[in-house]
Ligand binder design. Structure first.
Ligand code: CA
Ligand code: CA
Ligand code: CA
Length: 275
């Protein structure tokens, strides 16, 4: 707590000489792992938000010598999510290359309910030629969580926040005259929680794009279950669970089910629908 106060005090001290427009300074959501489509999250797999930190080149170039950015994850309609975890994406970020005075991550209430907040703060001492240089642009942080298929149709959002939550961001810059920068942010980013990878009915064990259910799916499952060497698992596990057993098992029963459906006399029932 003491250390955190020191960081905030340091950042604030550096900000006391004036303000410039932050249009060319930004921290954007660069991309997301764990999407089913551009605005739909895949449930039950890790979801990672990657954040890009950018500074302008000339004519607004400046060394950023203090940067503090918070992010919060929340659901406006009551979805849950797994407690947040976070990482540095480039190794220079947390060490002396950029933030030779200190780099901290502070998290608040990362419980998977209410709003979870993660704040990143870096402070440089320019006398040692540190700070984020002009024209810098890289993904620097990631925040990871996971949503549940039980919350399909609900919404999960990532937005900016200060710490404590719901205040503005601030960086400090130095071009010989120290000033404050309010970086741009392209959020909030909200995503619908999807229904997983399974489409229509189950049984497309080999994941072919046309969603066919045929002998190739049986071959694929047999390879996975009994092959020497073992074949790969179904690209969408729920499709491999052709008989739709509630435990989600993929085993010889699914092979038998598909055999009966395709070749039984009389034919067995079609695989059940995914959801
Ligand atoms: Ca299917
Ligand atoms: Ca298939
Ligand atoms: Ca099964």
């Amino acid at each position: 707590m003491k250390a955190k106060s020191a960081i905030i005090a340091s950042v604030c001290l550096l900000l006391s000489f004036g303000v410039v427009s932050g249009q060319d300074f930004s921290l954007f959501l660069d991309h997301v792992d764990g999407l089913l489509s551009a605005d739909t999250l895949q449930p039950d797999v890790p979801v990672t938000f990657y954040l890009r930190f950018s500074t302008p080149g000339a004519p607004n170039e400046a060394i950023i010598d203090g940067a503090s950015n918070g992010f919060r994850v929340y659901s406006p309609d009551g979805a849950g999510w797994l407690p947040l975890t976070w990482e540095y994406i480039i190794s220079e970020w947390p060490n002396t290359t950029f933030w030779n005075y200190s780099m901290e991550i502070n998290s608040f209430n990362v419980t998977g309910s209410g709003a979870d907040t993660v704040a990143f703060a870096g402070v440089a001492q320019l006398i040692y030629e540190s700070g984020a240089p002009p024209g810098f642009s890289s993904v620097v942080y990631s925040i990871t969580t996971q949503v549940s298929i039980a919350d399909s149709g609900k919404t999960l959002c990532l937005d900016s926040c200060w710490y404590p939550p719901e205040n503005s961001w601030i960086w400090s810059a130095d071009t010989g005259l120290t000033f404050a920068v309010y970086p741009a942010w392209d959020g909030p980013h909200c995503f619908t929680i999807g229904k997983g990878c399974c489409k229509g009915i189950r049984g497309n064990a080999n994941g072919d794009e046309e969603e066919k259910i045929n002998i190739s799916d049986i071959t694929y499952l047999v390879g996975f279950l009994f092959g020497i060497p073992t074949g790969p698992p179904p690209p969408c596990w729920e499709e491999g669970n052709a008989n739709g057993d509630p435990d989600g098992k993929v085993n010889v029963s699914d092979v038998s089910y598909l055999l009966a459906y395709m070749f039984g006399t009389p034919s067995g029932p079609a695989p059940p629908s995914c959801y």
